[in-house]
Design a protein around this ligand. Structure first.
Ligand code: AMP
Ligand code: ZN
Length: 112
């Protein structure tokens, strides 16, 4: 997807504050954090949203979700963290390349 912001980050065309990378997944700091720690976990392959996932994406989604506690701990969120997946315009999604928000730290986050 040549016009997708997160695909451009995956391609290295736009810089990011990398948290984690492997052959399938990238995690990087959110540019407008709403907590002391706030990063995004994305698949390298373009998938627009959770609503566009099929059973074939199950392993990838599971891998992304299981990375959240590991990376959160590595970012110092020992006391816990929030996860958020905005889906579709009605769900507040602004970047249409699926991503899991992981955030926390500072005062307890009561809501997103
Ligand atoms: P969403 O509303 O769930 O689609 O969230 C998109 C998130 O992407 C927002 O929290 C933005 O702050 C974040 N974002 C947008 N552009 C960048 C960027 N270049 N690098 C890092 N995060 C970004
Ligand atoms: Zn994309």
């Amino acid at each position: 997807m040549s016009d997708c912001l997160f695909c451009k980050i995956v391609a290295g065309e736009i810089p990011c504050g990398k948290v984690y990378e492997d052959d399938e997944v990238l995690a990087f700091h959110d540019i407008h954090p709403f907590a002391r720690v706030h990063f995004l976990i994305i698949p390298k392959a373009h998938v627009a949203s959770l609503a566009d996932c099929t059973t074939g994406h199950g392993m990838l989604l599971g891998k992304m979700l299981l990375l959240a506690p590991r990376l959160a701990r590595e970012q110092g969120l020992d006391a816990g963290f929030k996860t958020l997946i905005n889906t579709g315009r009605g769900g507040g999604q602004e970047v249409f390349h699926i991503h899991i928000h992981v955030f926390g730290g500072g005062d307890p986050v009561k809501r997103s």
